[in-house]
Design a protein around this ligand. Structure first.
Ligand SMILES: Nc1nc2c(ncn2[C@@H]2O[C@H](COP(=O)(O)OP(=O)(O)OP(=O)(O)O)[C@@H](O)[C@H]2O)c(=O)[nH]1
Ligand SMILES: [Mg+2]
Length: 328
């Protein structure tokens, strides 16, 4: 199951209480104070796990707790520190405070780890309060309470390129062809239900990841797109967007482009001005399909337009070349 958003509650451990006690041993009258300190409560961390590709291991609305610190004991024994809790997430996860909306951090590299909540401090035992003036203090401290936070985890997939287009426009076949992996063609629309990453070697020196996204519905409009395609938010990280315009579709290329542009507009970031527009499945274009006319109709300063077919290795090589140029 692919899950890219969860809300969880995290609780850190309480600090253990300090102990108030006095040394009691045979032949040692009036032994001094010997109460140990309480241990600190465990912290909660959000940590990177490069093997994860979803937040599906976490349960929405679940509470995750670190351990409490142990109480201090006699003979100056310190309470044990409560063990920390590590919550593992995939690289690309954004952490925000669900109550305030405040950004807490992002897990981007494989070593990233964020302290999201700190455990309570252990209270001091009476042994530490002994002074020459007061050799028998009875005072000891209570441990402080841990913190409780409600966190919103939003996984935004890390990829170099994202493929976006209308149903059946050849995105998955193209991603598989570029990656050189086998793909069972699905002739029905919306066969891709969740985002999928493909590793592609553009040339011997450049390896990239391509994100194949579920199709945009033809009834998509900017304001409806969140519910219609909850996966479009994943275009946030890829530097380059490839829009597939289906040459074989009954919807005109300009109309397809309009639909895609409106659907992705709410999710674009500043750096994503550049796009490659593909006239996909070009080998199945109907008679009278005027490539030059269509290319000119779609051309803008920000776009480059290429015809492509998975059955034409030359067009795939050409596409790889253009991707490499845009990314490097
Ligand atoms: N002739 C031809 N057929 C293609 C080409 N690319 C894809 N197809 C076929 O088009 C159909 C749809 O391809 P997909 O790759 O599943 O398209 P998609 O955009 O991922 O579609 P969904 O995710 O299902 O909405 C399949 O039957 C493919 O075999 C192409 O370049 N030429
Ligand atoms: Mg697909």
């Amino acid at each position: 199951m692919f899950v890219d958003e969860v809300v969880i509650t995290v609780c850190t451990g309480n600090g253990g209480n300090g102990c108030a006690s006095f040394r009691r041993e045979k032949y040692i009258p009036r032994g001094g104070p010997d109460g140990g300190n309480g241990g600190d409560g465990g912290n909660v961390y959000i940590s990177s796990d490069k093997n994860l590709a979803s937040l599906s291991k976490l349960r929405n609305r679940e509470t995750y707790r670190a351990k409490n610190g142990g109480d201090g004991r006699r003979v100056k024994k310190h309470g044990e520190n409560g063990s920390n809790l590590e919550i593992y997430v995939p690289q690309g996860t954004v952490v925000t405070d669900d109550n305030t909306g405040e950004s807490i951090g992002e897990i981007l590299s494989r070593t990233d780890r964020i302290l999201v909540a700190e455990g309570g401090r252990g209270g001091r035992g009476n042994a530490v309060f002994a002074t020459p003036q007061n050799r028998a203090p009875r005072r000891s401290e209570l441990g402080t309470e841990g913190e409780i936070h409600v966190l919103h985890l939003n996984y935004l997939i890390i990829a170099d390129v994202a493929l976006i287009g209308l149903p059946n426009s050849g995105k998955s076949s193209l991603a598989a062809a570029l990656a050189g992996t086998s793909h069972t063609p699905q002739p029905h629309p919306f066969s891709t239900r969740t985002p999928r990453l493909f590793a592609c070697e553009l040339n011997p020196y450049t390896k990239i990841t391509i994100l194949d996204l579920p199709s945009i519905s033809t009834s998509n409009t900017a304001h409806k797109s969140v519910s219609a395609n909850p996966f479009l938010k994943h275009i946030h990280r890829p530097h380059l967007l490839i829009l597939t315009i289906d040459s074989a579709s009954h919807i005109s290329p300009t109309k397809q482009y309009e639909i895609i542009k409106n659907a992705i507009a709410p999710y674009l970031n500043e750096q994503q001005k550049e796009k490659i527009i593909l006239l996909s499945r070009i080998d199945t274009a109907p008679e009278g399909f005027n490539l030059t006319e269509i290319q000119n109709g779609l051309l803008t300063d920000e776009n480059i337009i290429l015809p492509v077919s998975i059955h034409d290795p030359y067009s795939l090589e050409q596409l790889k070349g253009v991707i490499a140029e845009k990314l490097i």
